[in-house]
Design a binder for this molecule. Sequence first.
Ligand code: G3H
Ligand code: ZN
Length: 278
Amino acid sequence: MALATLKQVLEMASATLTAVPMFNIDNIEIPDAVVPVAEKYDCPLIFGVGQGAIKAGKLYYLRDVVYRIADQTSLPIVLHLDHGASLEQAVECMDAGFTSVMYDGSHGPFEENIAVSKKVVEYAHARGISVEAELGAIGGVEDGVSSDRKNLVDVEEVKEFISRVEVDALAIGIGNAHGLYKAAPNLDFDRLRQCQALNPPPLVLHGGSGIPKDMIQKAIELGIRKINVATELRNAFMEGLEKSVHKRDIYAMYQAGAIEAAALAETKIRMFKRLDEI
Ligand code: G3H
Ligand code: ZN
């Protein structure tokens, strides 16, 4: 099946008041393990290629993996650039067949974020590709890139940004952070409520690893339509490898990693589709 765009799967999420998972991918095994689980729940999937994978030279390999996977499922699958670092990087991914790109200008000046996001949107929308932007730099460490700025998004900036840039999704900082939380996350739901009241494009929650179910549920109720998960998924896969390394059988290890990754993905999919709500 042809790949879907971010816009398309977020429209589905908005229609069902749920959220779509974005799972970062770093190898063949993880996406390959996640798809059968998503099929069980008829859950669209966004596969994100992040800066770590790109720095490791995996961009085109992972592009091919996702296209191959999409050929073998009827699920809507999005190939997404995560935390795009520049217009040039976003263009390279779009030219490589990505159906969605994020430009993360949240760490720089607001006007620069606006200017570059506009250029990314212009290039993307001319090709039917979706764009995610970010306001309020997400704290924590992502792919080795750390940002200790735990900026809470400025609601006035959201109002200004969405009036000037036509993005398909907007990531906001509301106390979420990349990586595992040192203490229970303290999400600013009031701020999320204020952002949603501006009738923005679908809102995105980064740093999905470690956010408890009740907070995820509330965030979705308040308008979050895309939730990114990387750390817990990678850790699950690595735990599977660790548990089976004694077998000295590489495919037994991959299988053990895949089982753990699939189990983690299932918990997130059930949460994001608001099954067994509390
Ligand atoms: O962009 C990727 C996500 O924000 C990953 O966050 O590693 O905390 O799940 P996480
Ligand atoms: Zn992120």
